[in-house]
Design a binder for this molecule. Sequence first.
Ligand code: ADP
Length: 246
Amino acid sequence: MSDKPEKFIDENGIRLDGRRVDEIRPMTVEMGVLTRADGSCYLEWGNNKVLAAVYGPRELHPRRLQRPGEALVRYRYNMAAFSVEDRIRPGPSRRSTEISKVSGEAFEPVVMKQFYPSAVIDVFAEVLQADAGTRTAAINAATLALVDAGIPMKGLVAACAVGKVDGQLVLDLNKPEDNYGDADLPIAMTEDGDITLLQMDGNLTVEEVNKGIEMVREGCEQIFAIQKAALLERFGTAEEEEVLED
Ligand code: ADP
């Protein structure tokens, strides 16, 4: 691992990777990359590479797990053994179990589960290359994979972290900022702005948390725009795409 940098932000307010404090890393997405999945999305965000696949709605076995009035949504976040510098031991860990739980819950208000009683919708988020912010990257990819699978949703979900380095709040932490920073606050939200995931590592004042949430809102607006452009590319007509480009 690299050593702690002396300074994370220079006198012009520019971070080590050239971004401003309120700027997210470049993000690209491609939907429908897996033919066997009902829905899929490959997402790159900075140096993160994530693949999301959705299977279902399909009958849930064992049947005792079925929910009579709605579908069960299962979310599995996994980091590939080769996704980080040191090999990760394959299989679930405390970290991945926790991330899976809270990430699945981030979709709770948007997925219209009532249309598929007794069914299961499985969401798999596989981190192929990790570089800080993988849980948020996975949520951004999973949203599009769910839409790709034709799951009825009230809207999209976007996620982004904010943190603190050199006494300043910074949006979308990169690896050194995540490793050596004072705080990491990953947040997911719906298009209505309702927060569906909020975790915090480190120390922030109430004012910083509030300001951080506003910075994440701005970041999520950009992510929603990227997600919508991907949806138009996949499902839109040429005329609709032109309107977006104008
Ligand atoms: P997130 O990826 O959502 O930011 P963390 O804050 O837990 O989650 O992790 C930050 C980064 O640390 C990850 O993106 C990854 O690059 C690295 N990392 C996490 N877990 C491990 C691990 N078990 N081994 C090596 N690197 C890891």
